[in-house]
Design a protein around this ligand. Sequence first.
Ligand SMILES: [Mn+2]
Length: 315
Amino acid sequence: MEINKIMETIKSYDTIIIHRHVRPDPDALGSQGGLKEIIKQSFPQKQVYAVGDEEPSLNFLIRMDEVEDTMYRDALVIVCDTANAARIDDERYQLGAKLIKIDHHPNVDEYGEIRWVDTDASSASEMIWEFYEHGKDAGLIMNDRAARLLYAGIVGDTGRFMYPNTTKKTFQYAAELVAYDFERSELYAELYSVEDKISRLSGYILQQFKLLPSGLCTIRLTEEILDKFAVTSDESAQLVNIIRDVKGIKAWVFFIEEKDKIRVRLRSNGPVINGIAADYNGGGHPLASGATVYSWDEADNMTADLENVCKNFEK
Ligand SMILES: [Mn+2]
């Protein structure tokens, strides 16, 4: 089993460097930081690092470590929550002695010598809890900081236990996690408080979205609009779910204009949309994907393709 191999491999390395995907979300940081804490707690003599660009809005979860290139020699590199190698934050993941992938996205890019991919897991953080449970008799130790990080990751990727990726297992693990000592209400406040400019942009989105007869909903955020609200493309990502509950909506797409491209965020309440994301320079989960187009004409083509998927979708 991969999970045993990962345990054995971790034991055999003195230096372990943990990566995750670019533009990290709570699950990327939660799984990365949770795993780091567990390894540090369980094997105090090992050097364990979490690397990647800081995400200022999530600094309350974890801060990143500085690692010299030379430290990768003889190091084990573990990448969490990242489907394809191109999305790994910090290309130096290639410099390590061995590479492990731990992820819950479809295994489209089989990077790494050891791969543990569980698409039934709600989140990579859920998998890290499972890793701990599996290894606790063999010496793995959980602590409050790890529990807080893993809980944040699970909450993030399940939309507070609401999305269909939430399973009985997810609730069981969450129940175990809340037994540790961390302030849950504080964590929720940090995760979900919004700046006033974001609230104002959400007002714009709720006024402007188009619900097409197919059940596809489209939103266009031009650079002009983003400038008007003083919101960046990245920041606008936190609003992607605000139209989820519109009656009759099957899937929805945000086209977000950036300098040299249009970023596409796709979500669905049923129709499988990651195939279309793959047709447009992207990919992801069946019901949550991202893509990139390079003109509004291309955006229109993608809209037409998505409409077809929605029209053909039967409950
Ligand atoms: Mn995830």
